[in-house]
Design a protein around this ligand. Structure first.
Ligand code: FAD
Length: 449
């Protein structure tokens, strides 16, 4: 602690949220240390849609260009029935003109690898499973499964939806099962019906299929179906999925057929209701530990990136009371993420309907509202927020840390209502056209290689 201000920040969890928090803090001159329970620091196996707000957060961390070397910029988000009839098509490619950065699709391993490699001064201790913490007036101590412990000024629980820090703060409450399971996979393929930069979501009876390219020659997909939690796949899962989707429009069968069976992973989809409290004293939560957002709006990782920046901003502004800074961070982020937890849950319910009449209603609803109200809401409520970082790149760090009284705030209060029609300076930055050759970042981090 320096003048009562936090300096050593303990981060539980080395996922996208934990690494982004460590990077944002490192860039502001803090001394974060990351504790990850896995023996190896990795996050592989699937793709992510990172909306422009998430890309603007990455830009602020100086990582957008690296990720954009491989991640296809999205032009259209296409929604259809399982028979292939279009329900809506969102022109997400227009975000570049409005916000300066595209929405992208990316392999998790690429995003995670970029965050990990950007850390220069942060120790990442793998094989460190957090089991609890205690705190006093002067600091917080985190305890590990092997009996060890570490002391710091602040503890950030970025240890995911089942997080131990969360349990220590709020008690152990199991997550809510959504009622559906996601099978995810990657197909090494090019296909004439999979144009670059197109996200596709197909809606069937109690079943969905999404696909998009995450790199040249690599398609990420997800099959979602209703069912009981806790199941396991037998060998032959690809055949089971081919059977499930046998009457779906092209190219679903081609994608499944091109997927190696051992590249398919299964997971029950879990969520939580928004919590009123994310912290106490010197301890707080971030990412899925704080606000799991089901995949239905593609914002979970984006919000973890935003959390990281906002947390670092509040701790930087702290003038001697880290706990108060954490409560301000939580209040700001809860207001942003709670509506997303709810809307994602609701869209998931809509996607899960099985009854024919309900499916007809869903289709009519989407035809009528998805291109207009739903797209406008996604842009205004989710994407436009990223403009708060459009002018303030945080990449040439560390920032000299202001002393409490002598230096004015280096960070003005964020604009609470970003203007979605604003034309940020960053639109003048030429947007790189991805090369058809695998870029260096792809070769380095791709879990497909
Ligand atoms: C099917 C699916 C599709 C998705 N699609 C998208 C998408 O398109 N776009 C998007 O933005 N988001 C998407 N998400 C959400 C996104 O994956 C998550 O919101 C994001 O990964 C959360 O990151 P995190 O770092 O908070 O948590 P996690 O990724 O869960 O990371 C937590 C880390 O903490 C570690 N850990 C856990 N317990 C401990 C402990 N006790 N001690 C130490 N370490 C611990 C874990 O090993 C892990 O490394 C999707 C999620 C799913 C399930």
């Amino acid at each position: 602690m320096v003048n009562g201000r936090a300096r050593r920040v303990l981060v539980a969890g080395g996922g996208i949220g934990g690494l982004a928090a460590a990077l944002a803090l490192e860039r502001k001159g803090f001394q974060p240390v990351v504790f990850e329970r896995a023996e190896e620091l990795r996050d592989g196996g699937a793709g992510l849609h990172v909306w422009t707000n998430g890309v603007l957060a990455l830009d602020h961390l100086g990582l957008a260009d690296t990720v954009l070397e491989v991640a296809p910029a999205q032009q259209t988000a296409h929604f259809s029935t399982w028979r292939g009839e279009t329900l809506a098509a969102w022109p997400v490619g227009d975000f570049v003109a409005r916000y300066g950065r595209p929405t992208i699709a990316v392999e998790r391993s690429v995003l995670h690898g970029a965050l990990r490699d950007a850390l220069t001064a942060t120790p990442v201790r793998t094989g460190s499973r957090v089991v609890g913490f205690d705190q006093d007036r002067d600091g917080v101590t985190v305890h590990f499964a092997d009996g060890g412990s570490e002391r710091g000024d602040v503890l950030v629980g970025a240890d995911g939806i089942h997080g131990a820090v969360r349990d220590g703060l709020l008690g152990t409450v199991p997550p809510r099962y959504t009622g559906y399971i996601a099978w995810r996979g990657r197909a090494p393929m090019e296909h004439p019906e999979i144009p670059r930069g197109t996200f596709n979501a197909m809606f069937g009876p109690g079943t969905r299929f999404t696909y998009y390219d995450v790199a040249p020659g690599l398609v990420h997909w997800m099959s979602v179906a209703n069912g009981p939690a806790g199941g396991r796949d037998e060998p032959g899962v690809r055949d089971m999925l081919l059977e499930r989707h046998h009457d779906w429009a092209s190219p679903v069968a081609d994608i499944l057929a091109a997927t190696p069976e051992n590249w398919i992973i299964r997971g029950d989809v879990l969520g939580r209701r928004p919590d009123r409290r994310w912290g106490e004293g010197r301890v707080t939560l971030l990412g899925d530990a704080a606000h799991p957002i089901t995949f239905n709006i593609g914002q979970g990782a984006c919000q973890a990136l935003e959390d990281a920046l906002v947390l670092a901003e509040h701790l930087e502004r702290d003038s001697g009371d880290p706990a108060a800074a954490l409560r301000r961070y939580e209040a700001e982020r809860r207001a942003r993420t709670a509506p997303m937890q709810r809307i994602a849950w609701w869209i998931g319910r809509m996607g899960a309907v099985e009854n024919r009449a309900a499916i007809r209603l869903r289709e009519a609803f989407m035809r009528r509202n998805w291109n207009t109200r739903a797209f406008a809401a996604a842009e205004k409520d989710q994407v436009a927020y990223g403009t708060r970082w459009a002018h303030r790149p945080d990449r040439d760090r560390p920032t000299p840390r202001p002393t409490p009284r002598s230096t004015p705030r280096s960070n003005p209060r964020p604009n609470p209502r970003p203007n979605p029609t604003a034309t940020p300076e960053s639109i003048l930055v030429p947007y790189p056209v991805p090369s058809p050759e695998p870029a260096a970042a792809q070769r380095k981090w791709s879990s497909a290689s």
